[in-house]
Design a protein around this ligand. Structure first.
Ligand SMILES: Cc1cc2nc3c(=O)[nH]c(=O)nc-3n(C[C@H](O)[C@H](O)[C@H](O)COP(=O)(O)OP(=O)(O)OC[C@H]3O[C@@H](n4cnc5c(N)ncnc54)[C@H](O)[C@@H]3O)c2cc1C
Length: 503
């Protein structure tokens, strides 16, 4: 008799969310984490909260366990090298301060309203299992129909506009409506954050709507910074699962998923230890789970091919700086989320070379200074940066890493003259470093690109979009599944619900 009925691989937000939900329903859960601590991408990769799942927040009781916010509606400052910044306050830039024409303010207010309205219509999708299209009107398909109906109820004009927005690219959308380059730059950056797509790439509005469908403390489109940083979210989730009796083993890297008699029998750890359970839930990227842990010999040829072809290119680098003093971004509020994007055209220009494995001259940067909110004991300042775009497969990794660091520092120097002299340490993780350290294939934010052909019932790939893996007893629960990535726990929670429904 196995002592655990369920083994979960990976203790990132999705593994933790799935573990909690399954344990509350009586499962005996063993959670295996390769790293020294649990939390996954919340430890050192993610720096802001966009879409923490409301079910995870409230049902796991995270506030009671100590999750608090340094700011739950962080303002964004779109930096300009001449110091004429734009400050965007409230969820999705509700209020703009700085010199912007009345026409642009009006156009943005209208476009913002539409985007939030459409994102709200889409938000129930985050909490559902994608429908199995081939099987006719099962429950999820019915729910999908209801969402379609809600979209239709908005009226013919809005419905048409939703269709247009879903199919267009963000560059054209912004060019049609707004003229201020700073505003267009900051918005285009938001739209392509974490994706392998420039503003002019097809369907680049859709992933933006998906992110906007998330919320922070009930406010749709708001960006949060937890006290203690994003690692605090991982830490309280760990407390929550411990309270439910989940056994967490860190430094336990799974080398293989055991398949016996054509069904899952447990896992083997690196080092050879076998752990048995009839149900194995992987919160690792589907590609890694299927090709590395299960292995092609247990999959049919079609599934292996689909897994190999699943697109997983990461375009974001992560830069961490330690500074002797607080940098001055020409008067910008250091507590804000600072964005260096230039214009929508500049964001596109930062993507172009990356397509061919090269480093952009002027990457777009999202900068957070956590020590402006909570001073560090050593008196130093920490600056955390997501840089877009960075090549995931350059010809020379070391040279690309150096060039990317230099390009980021040069961008920073242009917007905060003298910052370079304050830097005492700089660590950059390129997409390939992120793959090595965090296990996200290609370093992709979503553990598999969140592009239109890899969404909903096509995510992670046709045939296994309902969290049930291709081998009996195997379940998939990572960001690579619907609805995608972020420190949200949505995929893990949804997967646990799908397992309950299957029992
Ligand atoms: C550059 C970058 C910046 C990002 N910034 C943000 C941000 O600011 N905000 C945000 O919300 N999201 C951000 N993300 C996305 C976010 O980090 C991921 O989408 C999220 O971590 C996915 O959660 P997960 O639980 O599916 O997987 P993960 O968080 O990756 O967790 C998987 C866990 O499995 C463990 N593991 C791996 N292999 C094994 C194995 N063989 N055996 C056992 N355990 C294993 C890993 O150590 C890890 O703990 C960013 C991503 C990138 C690439």
């Amino acid at each position: 008799m196995p002592s655990f009925d369920t083994i979960i691989i990976g203790a990132g937000p999705n593994g933790l969310a799935a573990a909690y939900r399954l344990a509350t329903k009586g499962a005996k859960v063993l959670l295996l984490e390769a790293g020294a601590i649990a939390g996954g991408g919340a430890n050192g990769l993610a720096h802001l909260s966009y879409n923490l799942d409301p079910r995870v927040l409230s049902e796991m009781g995270l506030p009671k366990l100590g999750l608090a916010w340094a700011d739950s509606e962080l303002a964004t400052t779109a930096l300009s090298p001449d110091g004429k910044h734009l400050r965007l306050e409230g969820a999705l830039a509700e209020r703009i301060s700085g010199e912007v024409s009345a026409a642009d303010r009006k156009a943005w207010a209208a476009l913002r309203g539409r985007l939030l309205r459409f994102a709200k219509v889409l938000s129930p999708l985050n909490q559902m299992t994608p429908p199995r299209i081939a099987k006719g009107a099962d429950t999820p398909l019915f729910k999908l129909g209801m969402i379609g109906l809600k979209a239709r109820i908005m009226g013919a004009k809005n419905f048409r506009e939703l269709g247009r927005i879903l199919l267009t690219n963000v560059f054209d959308l912004l060019e049609d409506e707004i003229s201020d380059p700073r505003l267009k730059g900051a918005l285009a950056f938001d739209a392509v954050l974490g994706g392998w797509a420039g503003p002019r790439s097809p369907n680049s509005v859709l992933p933006w709507l998906v992110r906007l469908s998330g919320q922070t403390l009930g406010v749709q489109g708001a960006i949060g910074l937890p006290k203690g940083g994003m690692a605090a979210i991982g830490a309280v989730m760990v407390k929550a699962v411990a309270d439910k009796g989940v056994e967490l083993r860190c430094n336990a890297r799974v080398a293989r998923i055991l398949v016996e008699g054509e069904k899952v029998a447990g896992v083997m750890l690196e080092g050879g230890e076998d752990l048995r359970a009839d149900r194995v839930v992987s919160s690792l990227a589907p590609k890694t789970t299927l090709l590395s842990l299960v292995g092609a010999r247990h999959l049919d040829a079609g599934m292996t091919t689909r897994a190999r072809h699943q697109k997983s290119r990461g375009g974001a680098a992560r830069l961490s700086l330690v500074l002797k003093a607080l940098p001055d971004f020409m008067g910008a509020n250091p507590k804000d989320r600072l964005v260096i994007a230039g214009s929508d055209r500049d964001v596109e220009l930062a993507f172009n070379p990356v397509k061919y494995g090269r480093v952009p001259e002027r990457p777009a940067l999202e900068i957070v200074i956590p020590t402006a909110h909570e001073p560090a004991k050593d008196g130093m300042h920490r600056v955390s940066i997501v840089a877009q775009f960075a090549p995931h497969a350059p010809a020379d990794r070391e040279a690309a890493r150096k060039a990317m660091l230099a390009a980021c520092l040069s961008q920073l120097e242009t917007h905060a003259p003298g910052i370079g002299k304050l830097v005492t340490s700089a660590e950059i993780l390129m997409p390939y470093d992120i793959e090595d350290q965090f296990g996200l294939p290609g370093g992709n934010w979503h553990a598999g690109e969140l592009s239109v052909e890899q969404m909903l019932f096509l995510r992670p790939m046709p045939g296994i979009a309902q969290y049930k893996g291709p081998v009996p007893g195997l379940w998939l629960a990572s960001a690579g599944c619907h609805p995608g990535g972020g420190i949200s726990g949505s995929a893990g929670w949804n997967a646990a619900l799908a397992m309950e429904a299957a029992e």
